[in-house]
Design a protein around this ligand. Structure first.
Ligand SMILES: [Zn+2]
Ligand SMILES: [Zn+2]
Length: 351
């Protein structure tokens, strides 16, 4: 095995990224080295690429980008027992501390001291990535490589959709970025209906239809709250999934929710959002919940079962496949809005 590898690196505290040769990570006794087959560019990577205020505070270059991937185990540390070289794996990239109140009470997905691989430590836009054994997720070989590369965002969607009942219920998804679109596919597979998508971008509107939305409403053209009421016999949506982080989208999400309904929020607003708590939460008896990451590993088990059932067709959402060296082109495609999941192949594309 060579000692260096190709990687996408944020080498300076400024916009952009470099394709560089860096050292292959060495594994400690409880760590696993994975040869990356496919990785996927996330919205978070676009923030780091553009070097916005959030990433300038959070990220310390040099850093290898990337946190969505699958691959084959190359090497394991001396104390690793649960996974062997050759295994097809992905990983939970939120590394919890294991010692705080949340970790000790079964809520490690909201660990106080979480460190994220690909944000706080070197990630997977490289030929190899190093993962703690405890974070490895073994993938059923029946699951295609391209789906296995997007388990991280699919897990966000599964966590949000299944944070309450959805079968036989109307679900409104506000914002059809990749996680919103994945949430539509998951809600459909879980028997929700009708599924109503709210999205202004025409490319994403088409994808929302393809993955199972019964109606796609454009907030730049229509009163989406009134439309949702019409489509739900003036009751409002049983479940609303807020995936936009847009302040108007968040307010409308509360307004289109039926009395006693469930609103799960995943989209991250860039600044505080003003809400009418009296009318939209208290008098409504609304159940409001924040969705962060994936429940470890409950969400992963449910996601794997859904994938194995064959009821999730995610193929329309994987819009582009590029070599690792074309990372910047992938970023440009995503920034244009005319792409959803862009996959990179650091070890060459599969035949
Ligand atoms: Zn991501
Ligand atoms: Zn913790």
């Amino acid at each position: 095995m060579s000692v260096t590898m190709q990687a996408v690196v944020k080498s300076q505290p400024q916009p952009g990224a470099d394709i560089l040769q860096v050292a292959v990570p060495s594994v400690g006794p409880t760590e696993v080295l994975v040869r990356v087959q496919a990785a996927s560019i996330c919205g978070t990577d676009l923030h780091i690429y553009r070097w916005d205020r959030w990433s300038a505070r959070r990220v310390h270059p040099p850093l290898v980008f990337g946190h969505e991937f699958c691959g084959v185990v190359e090497q394991v540390g001396a104390e690793v027992t649960t996974v062997q070289p050759g295994a097809f794996v992905s990983a939970e990239m939120h590394v919890a501390c294991g010692r705080c109140y949340q970790c000790r009470t079964g809520q490690s997905h909201i660990c106080q001291n979480v460190r994220i691989i690909g944000i706080d430590t070197d990630g997977c836009f490289a030929e190899f990535v190093r993962i703690p054994e405890t974070n490895i997720w073994k993938i059923d070989p029946a699951i295609p490589v391209d789906y296995a590369a997007i388990l991280d965002p699919l897990g966000n969607a599964v966590h949000a959709v299944l944070a309450g009942e959805v079968a036989g219920m109307s679900v409104a998804v506000v914002g059809c970025g990749p996680i919103g679109l994945l949430a539509i596919a998951v809600a459909k597979a879980c028997g929700a209906g009708p599924i109503l998508a709210i999205e202004p971008h025409p490319y994403r509107q088409k994808l929302a239809e393809r993955v199972g939305a019964a109606a796609v409403l454009d907030p730049s053209k229509t009163d989406v709250v009134a439309e949702v009421l019409v489509l739900t016999d003036q009751v409002g949506a049983d479940v609303v999934l807020e995936m936009s982080g847009n302040s108007q989208g968040v307010r409308q999400a509360f307004q289109m929710l039926r009395r006693g309904g469930r609103l799960s929020l995943l989209g991250i607003p860039s600044k505080p959002v003003e809400l009418d708590l009296a009318n939209d939460v208290i008098f409504k008896g609304a159940v409001v919940q924040g969705i962060n990451g994936r429940r470890v590993f409950e969400t992963w088990y449910r996601m794997q079962a859904l994938l194995k059932s064959g009821s999730l067709d995610l193929s329309p959402l994987i819009t582009d496949r590029l070599p690792l060296t074309d990372f910047k082109r992938g970023v440009e495609l995503l920034l244009s809005g005319n792409a959803s999941k862009v996959l990179l192949y650091p070890n060459g594309s599969p035949a």
